[in-house]
Design a protein. Structure first.
Length: 152
């Protein structure tokens, strides 16, 4: 007789709290909830000529063709920790591809050329007006091998 007048609100609260947290997490991940991301460069925004400040240059064309000149790369037999980069890539017939991920946290550019082969995907940062392409000349994300290609 005493249980008819009571409501099981603690049980409902215990069930609704994880459900609300799950919906909030999904909404944040899909960007339905929360602040909007600033605009990031797309494929068309990346077309142009880039310089890395170390003598390396990259040109990306709208048709998917790319040209690399003086881009540093560690030799295959070289110790990764030394970062005494002796090889410079000069591919005049390379190709590039852009991959946009959702949510837009890590857009990448992949380059393939006959002389230097395939590169690890390079990160795309910045704005559509001033894109930057980030790569690591030593292969792993070590601060000494980080290179930033800025459009000129």
């Amino acid at each position: 007789m005493g249980s008819r007048g009571k409501r099981p609100w603690p049980l409902w609260a215990a069930l609704m709290l994880p459900a609300a947290a799950t919906l909030a997490g999904i909404g944040t991940y899909t960007r339905v909830l929360g602040p909007e991301d600033p605009p990031k460069p797309g494929r068309a925004d990346l077309v142009g000529h880039y310089d890395n400040g170390y003598g390396g240059e990259l040109t990306l064309r709208a048709d998917g063709a790319a040209e690399l000149s003086g881009i540093e790369r560690a030799d295959d037999g070289q110790a990764v920790g030394s970062y005494s980069l002796g090889k410079r890539c000069d591919d005049r017939q390379a190709h590039w591809a852009f991959e946009e991920t959702l949510p837009r946290w890590s857009n990448t550019v992949t380059l393939v050329g006959p002389g230097c082969g395939a590169w690890m995907p390079w990160d795309v940062e910045g704005t559509p007006e001033a894109p930057r392409i980030i790569y690591y000349a030593g292969g792993d994300p070590h601060p000494d091998s980080r290179r930033v290609l800025t459009r000129r």
